[in-house]
Write a protein that binds this ligand. Structure first.
Ligand code: SF4
Ligand code: SF4
Length: 320
């Protein structure tokens, strides 16, 4: 039986897929395309970006009016997705279950997960523990404990890849559904109830939003944020010119996000925008999807130029 190494796995994947992995670059850890196994970082930290841009790009053409327009062919492997991001991926899979553009990428993407060493385990403990049988992945590598890595497969594709590598010392885990019993877990329920208690407290949101500069970086970095605009560009169809409809990711922090014809804007102030972000993640998404819209990755805090900290907001909400 062959010995498992991540280098062997990555080199194998590179023969058949575009491989994306965390790379250390100028002091930052970033998911990006790699050309060889040595480029992949062995860090077990959460990268600054997530899988999001590879499954839901910032901008994509949904269709174009020109005849013979071709669909993009995707064949990619994302290596090193942290366990919290696998949870975000579950939410994306539910949200975009009927979206052919997302599904085209998702169905042709190999997911290789790995354990992480969280920078704030206390914060992560307010979320439900991540259990592999409730996550979707092809291969999962647990390198967090001393000794040889422990390898799991979560799909027949994962098994086939390891079989072709002649590695048989792995455990197969069948996906048992995103949620136990089909309803929101107790910890998510608690977070939802606490945010509901502060939802109409204007001062609460004003206090936390006062430094916000409405840059939208938190939503770009967040692995569960997916709001988008539809944009039509191009010429007139009658003249047989080409034209495209694009999906472009947006942010509830942008001034025009909730503006409508007639000049009304449903999110006027910084406080209203911050409040909307929390309502969406902790009330609306769990009520609709039975999954929390936040996985506790802390990217929103790490990228925020003025240090708005989700840990402080949730801690304050928990005291109500
Ligand atoms: S911690 Fe912040 S960035 Fe991470 S999932 Fe929650 S809201 Fe999004
Ligand atoms: S990153 Fe910070 S400053 Fe920028 S929109 Fe988000 S909360 Fe506001």
């Amino acid at each position: 039986m062959a010995k498992f190494t991540t280098d062997k796995l990555i080199e194998f994947l590179l023969k058949e897929y575009t491989v994306i992995a965390p790379v250390e670059k100028e002091g930052e850890l970033l998911f990006q395309k790699i050309g060889n196994a040595q480029e992949a970082s062995s860090s077990l930290q959460i990268p600054k970006n997530s899988f999001k841009q590879f499954l839901l790009p910032h901008e994509e053409v949904l269709f174009n009016f020109a005849e013979n327009s071709k669909k993009e062919l995707v064949s990619q492997a994302i290596f090193g997705i942290s366990i919290v991001d696998l949870k975000a991926l579950l939410l994306f899979d539910q949200m975009f279950a009927k979206d052919p553009h997302y599904q085209n990428r998702r169905q042709n993407t190999v997911i290789i997960g790995q354990c992480i060493v969280p920078d704030d385990p206390k914060f992560l403990s307010i979320f439900e523990e991540n259990v592999l049988e409730r996550l979707k992945f092809d291969i999962f590598i647990d390198r967090c404990k001393n000794g040889d890595p422990k390898i799991f497969t979560g799909s027949s594709l994962g098994q086939k890849i390891l079989d072709r590598l002649k590695f048989s010392n792995y455990e197969h885990i069948d996906f048992k559904g995103a949620i136990e019993g089909g309803k929101l877990d107790a910890k998510s329920q608690k977070l939802k109830e606490q945010i509901k208690k502060v939802v109409n407290n204007k001062k609460f949101w004003e206090e936390f939003a006062k430094e916000c500069i409405l840059c939208g970086k938190c939503t770009v970095a967040c692995p569960t944020c997916y709001c988008f605009d539809l944009v039509d560009e191009g010429g007139e169809i009658s003249k047989k010119q080409s034209g495209v409809r694009k999906r472009r990711l947006s942010s509830c922090f942008y001034e025009d996000f909730a503006s409508v014809a007639g000049g009304e804007n449903f999110l006027k102030t910084k406080a209203e925008r911050l409040r909307n972000y929390y309502i969406h993640k902790f009330i609306r998404t769990p009520e609709r999807e039975q999954l929390l819209g936040c996985v506790g990755c802390l990217r929103c805090f790490r990228v925020c130029p003025v240090g708005i900290d989700i840990r402080k907001i949730l801690a304050a909400a928990m005291k109500y």
